[in-house]
Write a new protein. Sequence first.
Length: 108
Amino acid sequence: MKRVPATFLPPIALDYRSETPIYRQLYDWFRRAILVGQMRPGQRVLSTRSLAAELKVSRIPVLNAYEQLLAEGYFETFVGAGTCVAGSIPEHVDWCGWESTERTTRKG
């Protein structure tokens, strides 16, 4: 797959007063940006160090968000090339609410 160079990202607004942890806010932002097409397959994302510096946060929540996105198949890593948006979106995505089908199909 051809990798698209890193481009300008829309602003990432973090709410430091929210009960939602920073890593989860970052995860949600990237996931939503991928699902709605703001970020294209193969598009490079900033390194964790660069994003943490830009957002003026610790690198740890950025690493945690990236690790979760990698684990769920939204990001891919390439040796020597960094991290990119995955070429295909994971199958378990519910497009309506951006929730996994595991969460939306539970009964009870």
